[in-house]
Design a binder for this molecule. Structure first.
Ligand code: SF4
Length: 180
């Protein structure tokens, strides 16, 4: 696994500065603004906003048939309107201090030792070493958080039994049966 300094070098070689255009929060193509969130991230936003779980998050849209009449999906996403994240207000993130890792580290993502880069108008702008280090530290923290989340989800998934005819979300906290 790469260290923070290695990641900082990679980030600097790409270059980036957020232009605050909000494009990553808007739906510019099918599911372009799908932001996966962990249960802990949902709860942090709930605590900050006094919103209910279902107001903050929606199930990841791809459901899997479990073979006995039930369906499950394995993630939550930030709830969206027809064209944007519900927390985008007047072009700004209204939960900025509590935004999920995906938003915090966009347009970068670490996959093993590979820095993956998503489309963004801010790419290519030179970064100061300190800013690159901060971005790299966040990317490493995100990678560790996602690994812990994946391990916890795997433990739940191995013991999950979807009730017949129900749609559920299986996450690291357990199984949540959806209404309707
Ligand atoms: S949570 Fe904030 S940063 Fe993330 S997609 Fe929504 S508005 Fe954008």
């Amino acid at each position: 696994m790469l260290g923070v300094n290695d990641v900082a070098d990679l980030v600097r070689s790409v270059g980036f500065r957020c232009r605050e255009c909000g494009a990553c929060c808007r739906r510019v193509a099918e599911d372009s603004n799908l932001v996966l969130v962990s249960p802990a991230e949902v709860r942090a936003i709930m605590a900050a906003t006094d919103m209910a779980w279902d107001e903050v998050a929606e199930p990841y849209p791809d459901f899997i048939d479990d073979g006995s009449g039930g369906e499950y999906t394995l993630a939550w996403c930030i709830r969206r309107t027809a064209d944007a994240c519900i927390f985008l207000r007047d072009g700004r993130c209204s939960v900025y201090a509590h935004r999920p890792w995906i938003c915090r580290t966009y347009p970068f993502m670490l996959v093993d030792d590979d820095l993956q880069v998503s489309e963004c108008p801010g790419l290519g702008t030179p970064l100061l070493p300190g800013d690159a280090h901060d971005a790299a530290a966040d990317l490493c923290r995100r990678q560790a958080a996602e690994a812990a989340e994946e391990a916890a989800l795997d433990a739940v998934y191995r013991n999950a039994a979807v009730p017949p005819g129900k749609r559920v979300v299986i996450d690291s906290e357990g199984m949540k049966v959806l209404d309707g």
